[in-house]
Design a protein around this ligand. Structure first.
Ligand code: F6R
Length: 610
């Protein structure tokens, strides 16, 4: 995920910015850049690849100055290239901006108020310096314009006006020639200010500055900040506000995990944001634009994937068939590759689902699908990964880098993409479509409610004492029970089997005892009664049952031993809250058992061998 850093003070800024960028390398990035400001000069440099390349290119640059900004980019709009790397400048090279987040309406801004500007990059960010330039000019008298000096008020007001054009999320840092300070602002993207002695650091997260200061101001939603070496001014909603400093006592390692004990827990807590970011990328004013018009002609869809991504694909089949009524076939990539598959690819769109974009089996499957003449699409979280180079087109999920080996937020963004795809391909009446879009837009909140309201730890303590479990579900929640079982087994080492609830009686019943708890997803869908019937059969064999059920389902508790209650949604969207609950259950159970959660034994984040 992109990282931003800035410095204003009495020391040389460049070494401070480079060190800060090094400290947030763990977030993942594909390109980076800095800009140093020294009175009338703005000196910048950008690189594709490692911060170390930036450091070595700048070692003899002689860039001196007490103000600088820097950025590490995780590409979203436009490939990882030097031109797309930040900082981005206005047309005069006098206003520099680094940005995290997504500007949803950048295209309409380019075509509207900025229609006369020439853009260098493919990024959404580049509209920001151009907008600030226009706003600044409109506020200055000809004398002020030519004086070459700007004061904090002028720059702040120009930034504020520029922000009023933007829809989406941002944390930005702005350096302006002739102004001895920095302006920063945030909306739905984190930003902090580190307070030093006659100096300030601004950054997307605490580890960037923790070696310089532990006095941190956590900025709040829509704060606008001006820092000069001796002063800080924060405004919100047009009035000045005071924000308390916090004294941070985390170690650097704690800070990288945002205060969470493990990356996996941090990443589960990022699931609401990951859904929101993924939606923002493709959903504008109630319309879905995936940039893949050829898929509307598909007579059927073939999904290939491995592991967790395969379970997302299984869920995707339910979603697409329900919403778009297009037949979907799914194949485990490693099996598909060596099967005698019969396929006329001319009317089939093949989609490879792979968060890393590097899974060898999935890449081979993508090549095989191409060999059948299918049009191909990669659904991935990593821009520029091998899958994106192989496929005809790519849909990016926007989970941001995932460091825990177990896929969590990347899985939930894959589901989000399938909702978008299903709706994009659907031919339903406009009013029904609008209802679905509204429901989809509620999903970040729904996921957040699971995180805030559900007490999973009690259930995890209980589950942690057993060695064998079953996870059961039906319909659209069958893949989610498979995902719940996979997550539990890989990080807690408890043997967990995911099963269709109606299938246990065809064999696995033989394993059910009072030492085999069953986690049953009991969403009130069309087959709720049948699933409840299956649960009664399980109970009759002596297994304890924990249900995952909706908050207002009063019936369920009569038949099970305990209930994990999640917010109510329509059955179609229930995989979202159920997934968050199951990810938390796996995490807290593994934690109870003292497992090494972020790096489970024998597993790798990206499996590049067949
Ligand atoms: C499980 C997990 C794996 C991956 C699988 C495919 O938590 O992460 O099962 O889902 O190795 O990886 P990608 O999605 O990168 O192709």
């Amino acid at each position: 995920m992109c990282g931003i850093v800035g410095y204003v003070g009495e020391r040389e800024a460049l070494p401070i910015i480079l060190k800060a960028l090094k400290r947030i390398e763990y977030r993942g990035y594909d390109s980076c850049g800095v800009l140093v400001q020294n009175q009338g000069e703005m000196m910048g440099h950008k690189e594709v690849g490692a911060i170390d390349c930036l450091i070595s290119s700048l070692s003899k640059s002689g860039y001196e100055g007490k103000i600088a900004i820097g950025h590490s980019r995780w590409a979203t709009h436009g490939a990882p290239t030097v031109t797309n790397a930040h900082p981005h400048l206005d047309c005069n090279g006098e206003i520099a901006v680094v940005h995290n987040g997504i500007i949803e309406n950048y295209q309409s801004i380019k075509e509207g108020v900025l229609c006369d500007c020439i853009f260098q990059s493919e990024t959404d960010t580049e509209v920001i310096p151009h907008l600030i330039n226009i706003c600044l000019k409109s506020k200055l008298s000809p004398t002020e314009l030519h004086s070459g000096e700007l004061n904090a008020m002028q720059v702040k007001e120009a930034v504020k006006e520029a922000l009023s054009y933007l829809r989406g999320s941002y944390a930005i840092l702005v350096a302006v020639k002739g102004f001895d300070g920095l302006v920063a602002a945030r909306k739905e993207s984190p930003l902090i200010v580190g307070v030093g002695d006659r100096e300030f650091f601004v950054a997307s997260d605490v580890p960037a500055v923790l070696n310089q200061t532990n006095r941190i101001i956590f900025l709040e939603e829509e704060d606008l900040v001006v820092v000069e070496k001796d002063s800080i001014y924060i405004e919100n909603g047009g009035s000045e506000v005071k924000r308390e400093e916090s004294l941070i006592e985390w170690t650097i390692e704690d800070a990288e995990k945002g205060g969470y004990e493990h990356f996996m827990l941090k990443e589960i807590h990022e699931e609401p944001k990951a859904i929101r970011d993924t939606l923002m990328g493709y959903l504008t004013e109630g319309r879905i634009n995936l940039g893949l018009d050829f898929i509307v002609d598909a007579e059927s869809i073939l999904l290939v994937a491995c592991g967790t991504s395969y379970y997302a694909a299984l869920c995707g089949k339910y979603i697409i068939e329900n919403l778009a009524k297009i037949p979907v076939r799914i194949e485990v990539a490693s099996e598909f590759n060596y099967s005698d598959f019969v396929l006329d690819g001319s009317k089939v769109v093949a989609m490879a689902i792979t968060q890393s974009g590097e899974t060898a089996d999935t890449l081979t499957a993508l090549k095989k699908a191409k060999g059948y003449g299918c049009k191909t699409v990669a659904i991935t979280n990593v821009l520029g990964s091998s899958a994106t180079r192989l496929a005809d087109e790519t849909i990016y999920s926007r989970a941001g880098p995932e460091i825990g080996v177990a896929a969590t937020k990347s899985f939930i963004t894959q589901l989000t993409i399938f909702y978008l795809l299903g709706l994009f391909l659907s031919k339903m009446p406009a009013s029904v479509f609008a209802e679905h879009i509204n429901e989809l837009k509620r999903m970040p909140q729904i996921a957040q409610r699971v995180l805030d309201e559900v007490n999973i730890q009690k259930h995890a303590r209980y589950l942690s004492k057993y060695e064998h479990t079953f996870f059961v579900g039906r319909g659209i929640n069958l893949p989610i029970s498979l995902e719940g079982a996979l997550k539990l087994k890989e990080i807690s080492y408890i043997h967990a089997e995911g099963y269709a609830a109606g299938e246990l009686k065809h064999g696995p019943f033989a394993l059910l005892t009072e030492d085999t708890p069953v986690i049953a997803i009991l969403t009130r869908d069309d087959i709720y009664e049948k699933t409840l019937g299956n649960v009664k059969e399980i109970k009759a064999r002596g297994s304890p049952v924990i249900a995952i059920a909706e908050e207002d389902d009063e019936e369920v508790e009569k038949y099970v031993d305990d209930v994990i209650r999640v917010p109510r949604t329509s059955a179609l969207f229930s995989p979202i809250p159920n997934t968050v609950a199951l990810h938390l259950l796996a995490y807290w159970t593994a934690k109870e058992r003292g497992c090494e959660i972020d790096k489970p034994r024998n597993l790798a984040k990206s499996v590049t061998v067949e």
